[in-house]
Design a protein around this ligand. Structure first.
Ligand SMILES: Cc1cc2nc3c(=O)[nH]c(=O)nc-3n(C[C@H](O)[C@H](O)[C@H](O)COP(=O)(O)OP(=O)(O)OC[C@H]3O[C@@H](n4cnc5c(N)ncnc54)[C@H](O)[C@@H]3O)c2cc1C
Length: 373
C-alpha cells in the first residue's frame, strides 16, 4: 500500500493550484453574485488541459489518471466550486462518448469538448422523477429516418448554453441513451434556475418536442442503459466528492484565519477550547474524506466496479462537507452569515452536493443492497 502521490501527480496538483489561484478569484462575483457563467474561462481551462484529464490524447485528452482528475477538482473547489461542476459535466459527457460512441463520433465530439469549444450536458432527471430513473417518461420512437424524442428533463447543468446533450429516454419500453445536438428543431430550454449554491452553473429544463436524430445518435445500441447511467453516476460521485474535499480544506483554512484574528478579551478565539473542538472535528472530517476520495479514484484507475464504494464515498464525504462548512461558519460567529466572508458561500455550495448524482438517501439504499448477508 502506498499513500503517496506520484511526482507527476504532485506536479500536476501544483500547476492546477497556481492556475486556479490566478484565474478564479476575479470570477467569484460574476458567478456567485450575478449567477452568470464566465465563458471566457473555457479556452483557458482547455489550454491547461483540464477538460479531458483521463482521456486518450488522440481524442484531445491528457492521458492522466482519475487521481489527477480528483486532485484538479479539489483545487478548483477550494477557490470556486462552480467551475468544478462545469468541468465535471463536461467530463461525464466525454466519458459517455468515450465508452459508447462510434470512432467517428468520438473524433468529431471529444476533441471539441476537450478544447472547450463545445459544451455538453447530460440528462436523466425529469419533473416526475430524479431518484428513480426507471420511471423516466421521455420517449424515443424509431422510424425509417432515425428517432423522434419527446419529453422534459429537469435540473440539467450547462443546458442553457450546451451544444450537445446525452439524454436517457425510453425506447421500446427500456432505457436507451442518445446524443442530440441542441440546435435541432424542437429542442428548447427553460429560463435558468436561481439557486442556493453552485451559482453560475446554469440549471434549466430541457424540452424535447418531436426532436429528430439519425439512427447513429443512439449510443451503445438499444436498451439496457440503466447500467450506463449507474456508471456515469459513479464518475460523477467521484468528481463531486473531490470538490467537497476542496470546500472542506477552504473552510478549515478560513476558520483558522478568522480564529487567529478575532479577539475574545485579550486572547484570539483560536485559544478557546470550544474552538479547538470545532477545528479538530473539521480537520478529522477533511482528512478522512480526502483519503476516501483518493482511494475511490485509485479504484477507478484499476477499472474496478465501484458502485458501492462510490455510494459510500458520496454519502460520507458530502454530509461531512456540510458539517465541516457549518462548523467553519460557527467559528465565524455572526460574521459567518455575511457575504463579506467566504465561509458563507462555501456553506451554500456544500449543501448542493447532498442532492446531485443521487441523494444521500439513495446512496444508503445502494450501499445496503450490496452488503454481504
Ligand atoms: C446542482 C444540481 C445539478 C444537477 N444536475 C443534473 C444534471 O446535469 N442532469 C440531471 O439529469 N440531473 C441533475 N440534477 C438532478 C439531481 O440528480 C436530482 O435532483 C436528484 O437525483 C434528486 O431527484 P429529485 O430532486 O427529483 O428528488 P426526488 O426523487 O423527488 O426525492 C425527494 C426526496 O425523497 C427521497 N427519496 C426518493 N426516492 C427514495 C427512495 N427510493 N428511498 C429513500 N428516499 C427516497 C430523496 O432522497 C429526497 O429526499 C442536478 C441537481 C442539482 C441539485
Amino acid at each position: 500500500m502506498d499513500f503517496n502521490l506520484t511526482e507527476q501527480q504532485e506536479m500536476f496538483q501544483r500547476s492546477v493550484r497556481r492556475f486556479v489561484e490566478n484565474e478564479f478569484p476575479p470570477l467569484v462575483d460574476i458567478v456567485d453574485k450575478e449567477n452568470n457563467f464566465p465563458h471566457e474561462i473555457r479556452p483557458k481551462l482547455a489550454e491547461m488541459h483540464l477538460y479531458g484529464i483521463p482521456f486518450d490524447p488522440k481524442y484531445g485528452g491528457t492521458g492522466a489518471d482519475h487521481v489527477s482528475l480528483a486532485l484538479a477538482l479539489e483545487e478548483f473547489a477550494k477557490v470556486l466550486a462552480s467551475m468544478a461542476i462545469h468541468v465535471q459535466l463536461q467530463h461525464v459527457v466525454l466519458d459517455r462518448f468515450n465508452k459508447l460512441a462510434t470512432e467517428e463520433q468520438k473524433q468529431e465530439w471529444m476533441p471539441k469538448i476537450c478544447a472547450g469549444e463545445k459544451v455538453g450536458c447530460f440528462g436523466f432527471t425529469e419533473p416526475d422523477t430524479g431518484s428513480n430513473p426507471k420511471m423516466i417518461k421521455t420517449t424515443a420512437v424509431e422510424d425509417a429516418d432515425g428517432f423522434v424524442i419527446n419529453g422534459t428533463k429537469r435540473f440539467i447543468t450547462n443546458a442553457p448554453w450546451a451544444d450537445v446533450m446525452c439524454v436517457f429516454a425510453k425506447l421500446e419500453g427500456d432505457i436507451s441513451l442518445l446524443f442530440v445536438e441542441t440546435d435541432r428543431p424542437g429542442f428548447s430550454t427553460s429560463k435558468k434556475m436561481d439557486k442556493l449554491g453552485l451559482r453560475g452553473t446554469d440549471l434549466s429544463d430541457v424540452i424535447f418536442e418531436d426532436v429528430r436524430v439519425p439512427h447513429d445518435h443512439l449510443m451503445g445500441g438499444k436498451g439496457g442503459k440503466f447500467d450506463a447511467l449507474k456508471d456515469a453516476m459513479t464518475i460523477g460521485k467521484l468528481c463531486l466528492s473531490a470538490q467537497c474535499v476542496g470546500l472542506m480544506q477552504a473552510s478549515l483554512e478560513e476558520a483558522i484565519k478568522y480564529a487567529m484574528t478575532r479577539m475574545h478579551f485579550d486572547e484570539p478565539i483560536f485559544d478557546l477550547q470550544a474552538i479547538h473542538w470545532l477545528l479538530a472535528e473539521m480537520a478529522a472530517g477533511l482528512e478522512a474524506s480526502r483519503w476516501l476520495v483518493y482511494r475511490g479514484a485509485f479504484l477507478k484507475d484499476q477499472g474496478q466496479d465501484t458502485i458501492k464504494d462510490m455510494a459510500i464515498i458520496k454519502l460520507f464525504v458530502t454530509s461531512t462537507a456540510v458539517d465541516v462548512c457549518r462548523w467553519g461558519m460557527q467559528v465565524h460567529g455572526a460574521y459567518g452569515i455575511s457575504k463579506e466572508y467566504k465561509i458563507e458561500r462555501l456553506f451554500r455550495d456544500a449543501k448542493m452536493y447532498e442532492l446531485l448524482e443521487g441523494t444521500s438517501e439513495i446512496q444508503r439504499e445502494l450501499i445496503v443492497k450490496r452488503l454481504p448477508r
